[in-house]
Design a protein around this ligand. Structure first.
Ligand code: NAD
Length: 260
């Protein structure tokens, strides 16, 4: 029997990048996956891939930062499948990359709301469907929650990612009584749309003044790229019973970039 057989997994931001790779991996291990993303049409190809491989996948359209939208989305998932065991709170944006003086309050709010409020609302709404039997919550933060390699422009993003770390640890403490584990993953540079649009865009790179060759100059392992599938291995491990003594941890997947 597959290792995640009979498990129901919710993946936010599952239409693309790290969320997509993780949804595919969790499904390959036997989990039934519910993808929550902004546009149903963006997630349908992932659903199709999962179904073609013999897995089960539901797509639910929602904005993670919107309380009503999330309440509705998570209720529909629990109504269909009866329970939730695994949650990957992963939907996120880079948002505006402006120096603090030029960053507007609305731009600040948009990044914090999507990344941080989104994680809070995801966990809050999934909880009632996890408490009876326990489970595993994984939050996609970033090495940027602790440090940032660019000279400026990442104040809101880094703040949201640091907030996700703090929230994840508080949740780990609070939810241990229900045998719900909560861990935080902190990727370095991973090749996804987010990365493509910012760090691999010449103009942007100049704007945000990265002082070294990106990304390998930042990283002792000197990998030129890391794939979302590498992150999905970690997501699978944290979702599975193999990690049943790990909670409240921050796990770096960054070629030791965060140590420099
Ligand atoms: P991505 O753009 O490929 O995927 C992000 C997904 O989130 C998209 O499908 C998008 O539609 C969805 N999303 C955005 N806002 C949403 C909202 N309000 N409601 C619902 N869905 C929403 O990017 P990715 O790199 O796979 O990003 C996933 C997570 O990984 C993010 O939290 C990001 O901050 C984090 N991260 C990425 C990197 C990297 O280098 N790519 C590094 C560290 C952390």
């Amino acid at each position: 029997e597959k290792r995640l057989a009979n498990k129901i997994a919710v993946v936010t931001g599952g239409a693309s990048g790290i969320g997509r790779a993780s949804a595919l991996r969790l499904a390959a291990e036997g989990a039934t996956v519910a993808i929550v993303d902004l546009k149903e049409s963006d997630a349908l190809p992932v659903q199709q891939e999962i179904q073609q491989a013999g897995g089960e996948c539901l797509v639910v359209e929602a904005d993670v930062s919107n309380p009503e939208s999330m309440e509705k989305a998570i209720s529909s998932i629990s109504e269909k499948f009866g329970a939730i065991h695994i949650v990957l709170s992963n939907a996120g944006i880079n948002g505006a990359f402006s120096p603090i003086e030029e960053l507007s309050a609305d731009e600040w709010d948009q990044t914090i709301q999507t990344n941080l409020r989104g994680t809070f609302l995801t966990v809050k709404n999934c909880l009632p469907h996890m408490k009876k039997h326990g489970g595993s919550i994984i939050i996609t933060s970033s090495i940027n929650g602790n440090r940032t390699f660019s000279n400026f422009g990442m104040a809101a993003y880094s703040t949201s990612k640091a907030g996700q770390m703090a929230f994840g640890k508080m949740a780990a403490l609070e939810l241990a009584q229900y045998k719900i584990r909560v861990n935080i993953i902190c990727p370095g540079a991973i090749e996804t749309n987010i990365e493509e649009n910012t760090f691999r865009n010449e103009e942007k790179l100049e704007e945000i003044q990265i002082p070294v060759e990106y990304p390998e100059g930042n990283q002792p392992l000197k990998h030129k790229s890391a794939e979302p599938e590498q992150v999905a291995h970690l997501v699978y491990f944290l979702a599975s019973e193999e990690s049943n003594h790990i909670t409240g941890s921050e796990m770096y997947i960054d070629g030791a970039e965060s140590l420099l």
